[in-house]
Design a protein around this ligand. Structure first.
Ligand SMILES: *Cc1c(COP(=O)(O)O)cnc(C)c1O
Length: 367
């Protein structure tokens, strides 16, 4: 029997009446761009994240784009981030003609190591982007302390961590900006692309709001040149139907993680996810294990029709497009090792106990 890495059709099966109604309602009222559902979603996310503002944008990537622009990043600046994340985190920095400065990760959490950040700061540094990878928030207290000391802005890449908490503080609420993605595979996924930017500062909030709509204020009057990066009303309508389930879905993922942890506890060859002492709610956007002979194990699982994937096989410093940054594997040993050893297993909320047993047995056999 095969087990998929993710199966969104199971969600649709029980949300169908509500989702169909919500989408038809948008088709009926016809306010397709920045309609009432967008405003409602923004209010809900601002409340969840405990921020003054939340502005819906076209994607998680654009959320980072608008936040970095509002933070004042320009050509020639440097932006510090992790070496180990989804490509958008580093790619977006280059869009400004700025340079990504890559910092190694903690080997246990896979998040940026705060102890290495200060050494990476120069007089060109403008922003730090911590990524809350796999659903666990990076160690934000020391990061915010360093940022304050050096007068840097912090943009949280919380694309994988909506609703997760650090010392009971929500992802996206601690930095100057919190950026989220509603890509369908995230814990709260739309029926297409979408994202949102959270912030507390009035000027920052106004800037993001203007930037997503060509920099206009009022309509047709442009003090700055912005983007077309609005969240589609249709996507907001889908997200409003799904949002009430988010907490329960994330708790289901935690339940699955516990079952995996118990099953793999006695197997030394498998490194299960480490939950840091400051993590008060890990939302397990991914359940990521590390094994030394990863590619072999992965191939065996794929042969058994087990959905599994490597997030991420290539650290930023090894990407062809970043070769000119001039890093070696030995500069970033932990992210290099992680890229060679990690693999993620199915953990979606609707996975059945039978399916999880199949995955566990297959992993054990492959190891
Ligand atoms: C998904 C993701 C993004 C990008 O979000 P999109 O909505 O796909 O543009 C950025 N950073 C991280 C860490 C992500 O996982």
């Amino acid at each position: 029997m095969s087990v998929p890495l993710l199966d969104l059709s199971r969600q649709y099966a029980y949300l169908k009446p509500d989702l169909d109604k919500a989408v038809i309602n948008v088709l009926t009222h016809g306010k397709f761009i920045l309609g009432p559902e967008v405003k409602e979603l923004e209010e809900i996310v601002a409340k969840l994240c405990n921020t003054k503002y939340a502005w819906g944008v076209a994607s998680g990537t654009d959320a980072l784009l608008l936040a970095l622009r509002a933070a004042g990043v320009k050509a020639g600046d440097e932006v510090i981030t992790t070496d180990f994340s989804f490509f958008a985190t580093a790619g977006i920095i280059v869009r400004f003609g700025a340079e990504p400065v890559l910092v190694d990760i903690e080997p246990d959490s896979y998040n940026i190591d705060p102890n290495l950040i200060e050494a990476a700061i120069t007089d060109k540094t403008k922003v730090i982007i911590p990524v809350h990878l796999f659903g666990q928030i990076a160690d934000m207290d020391p990061i915010m302390e360093i940022a304050k000391k050096h007068n840097l802005k912090v943009v949280e890449d919380a694309a994988q961590s909506i609703g997760s908490t650090y010392k009971n503080k929500t992802a996206g609420s601690m930095g100057d900006f919190g950026c989220f993605s509603f890509f369908p595979s995230k814990n709260l996924g739309a029926g297409g692309d979408g994202g949102i930017v959270c912030c507390n500062d009035d000027d920052d909030g106004e800037m993001v709001r203007m930037l997503r709509n060509h920099g206009a204020k009022p309509k047709y009057y442009h003090k700055i040149v912005g983007y077309n990066s609005r969240l589609a009303t249709m996507q907001a309508a889908v997200l409003l139907v799904k949002y009430p389930h988010l907490q329960k879905w994330s708790e289901k993922r935690i339940d699955h993680a516990k079952i995996y942890n118990d099953a793999f506890a006695s197997i030394d060859a498998i490194k299960t996810p480490v939950v840091k002492e400051y993590t008060t709610f890990h939302i397990y956007n991914q359940y990521t294990i590390a094994v030394a002979n990863r590619d072999e194990v992965l191939a065996k699982l794929k042969a058994d029709n087990i959905g599994c994937e490597v997030y991420y096989p290539v650290p930023f410093h090894s990407q062809e497009c970043f070769k000119e940054l001039g890093y070696n594997d030995s500069d970033l040993p932990h992210s290099t090792k992680a890229a060679n050893e990690v693999m993620s297993l199915p953990i979606y909320p609707e996975m059945t106990p039978e399916e999880q047993t199949i995955v566990i047995d297959a992993v054990k056999k492959a190891i």
